[in-house]
Design a protein around this ligand. Structure first.
Ligand code: CA
Length: 487
């Protein structure tokens, strides 16, 4: 429960305390997490025709990192990593089923909101910031969030999503009016059973104000309208475009069925990938999509969900702009990892390729960033914590393994010595620099891709003569410590 309500700032108390004008305070932080959003954001050039006007306008206000990567392609380890600044190979938190506080490295780790609170900030959050140990629509299970990190959490730290329109239908495995996708899949149209009950989509014929994300943004907007006597860290977690892809009809209408694209695939693409990498793919899911002519409808469901999430980002930005804090608030928008929508015959994340690791990362820092900045240097979500510290004038913490991005915020062309590391399971890593992706599995299997000539990572060039020197250089960045997985 919310133990710290007394230190949260209801309007009446804030007014009575005669707060200092916002301009005299340290910068606030609006920290926006979007779940499972890959690079299908218009400003990132991921795919043509994606309707994301609000993330696009946010990117125009500051710096868009076009080569940003998660430290793990899965919700829990990625989120733990960004919130603690500690990499998966140091913490042993590699997947969704692990309790991060059981990690020796993280038992007493200081999270981003805790660190800011220790330095004069208040911290409040809502929606999905940390993961849950059980699937979020089945029940909340043990939350990876902790009430003690925050002054206040909406609706509560142990139950971070308010009731929405869809979970009851999923739990009951029924098809109430409006759930078109579930009805189709439940009837087992076509060949075989659907691959997952949750990989489902369809329009919701109800008002979007009933959606959990909408309610979270309503709450967040009301918080932003208040005055505060301390600088604040305000975390807002938007759950879409995570599956299932149920959003109102108007977002599906943005994508006429005959105009929906399919991601590129290439025959034989998987013949040259690391065998252990290939063995982890959800090829049966993909086969079901193809056999049942559901690939394009599924792409459409993901796109509609992206545009719904984008609309919520827009509502939040409008609320900030209308608030007393507009000129004094740093905005950081990130996604926890990417998403395969059939690329490499795979669905969701859980791989070491670009589709799983590349994420949108946008930072607007008043007085530091200039409008329209784009940085193509490889950066990691691990870098976010130290970046926020520097922007807020707060000391760094010894546990942090990332590197502040303030040099790139001041000058997006500023070089960066280190590549971005993504880890999937113990001692399997991808090293991404400005041009190449080097993948090294724990058993020694390797892949190498040249993004200059092969942006879809179709051809593994690790065996070619010119690869040896490139691999030798990138290998030096592989983590030297790879702790056992937290039990
Ligand atoms: Ca290939």
């Amino acid at each position: 429960m919310v133990a710290a309500v007394a230190t949260y700032f209801p309007q009446a108390i804030a007014n009575a305390a005669a707060p200092k004008p916002s301009a005299s305070l340290k910068k606030n932080v609006l920290f926006i997490a979007v779940d499972d959003l890959n690079d299908w954001v218009n400003c990132m050039g991921g795919r043509e025709g994606v309707h994301t006007p609000n993330m696009d306008r946010l990117a125009k206000r500051g710096v868009l990192f076009t080569n940003a990567h998660c430290s793990a392609p899965s919700c829990n380890p990625s989120r733990v990593s960004i919130m603690t600044g500690v990499s998966p190979s140091t913490s042993g938190v590699y997947n969704n089923g692990q309790d991060w506080r059981s990690s020796a490295a993280l038992a007493t780790a200081v999270t981003l909101p805790e660190h800011l609170r220790a330095n004069g900030y208040s911290a409040y959050g809502g929606g999905k910031i940390f993961h849950s140990l059980s699937w979020i629509v089945k029940g909340y299970g043990k939350q990876q969030n902790e009430a003690k990190l925050w002054d206040h959490y909406f609706p509560e730290a142990t139950k971070p999503l308010p009731p929405s329109l869809w979970p009851d239908a999923i739990k009951a495995k029924t098809s109430p009016k409006g759930y078109v996708g579930w009805k189709r899949l439940a009837k087992g149209k076509g060949v075989g059973k659907p691959p997952s009950h949750f990989l489902d989509w369809g329009p919701i014929h109800k008002d979007e104000s009933g959606m959990a994300d909408y309610k979270v943004v309503d709450w967040a907007s009301a918080e932003l309208a208040k005055t505060h006597d301390k600088p604040f860290f305000h975390a807002v977690g938007i759950f879409r475009p995570h599956i299932p892809w149920f959003v109102p009809q108007k977002y599906f209408d943005l994508y006429p069925p005959d105009k929906v694209f399919l991601p590129p695939i290439k025959a034989g693409d998987l013949d040259d990938v690391a065998p252990t990498h290939r063995n982890g793919l959800r090829r049966k899911w993909h086969q079901w999509m193809v056999d049942n002519d559901e690939w394009k409808p599924a792409v459409r469901g993901y796109l509609a969900s992206i545009s719904f999430a984008d609309a919520q980002v827009g509502r939040l930005l409008d609320a900030l702009d209308a608030s007393p804090h507009a000129a004094n608030t740093i905005i950081v928008l990130w996604s926890d990892h990417g998403m395969h929508i059939g690329e490499k015959e795979h669905w969701e994340k859980f791989t070491l390729w670009e589709e799983s690791s590349r994420v949108p990362l946008i930072i607007v820092a008043p007085g530091v960033t200039e409008a329209g900045g784009r940085c193509s240097q490889p950066v990691s979500l691990l870098d976010v914590f130290p970046t926020i510290n520097e922007l807020c004038g707060v000391a760094q913490h010894e546990q942090l393994e990332g590197e502040s991005l303030v040099p790139q915020l001041r000058d997006p062309a500023a070089p960066r010595a280190r590549p971005a590391i993504t880890t999937w399971g113990r001692n399997n890593h991808a090293v991404r620099d400005q041009r190449y992706r080097y993948i090294r599995m724990s058993n020694g299997e390797v892949e190498l891709y040249d993004h200059q000539t092969d942006p879809d990572e179709f051809t593994n060039i690790a065996g070619q003569p010119e690869a040896a020197a490139i691999i030798e250089r990138l290998k030096a960045f592989l983590p030297s410590v790879n702790v056992s997985a937290v039990q």
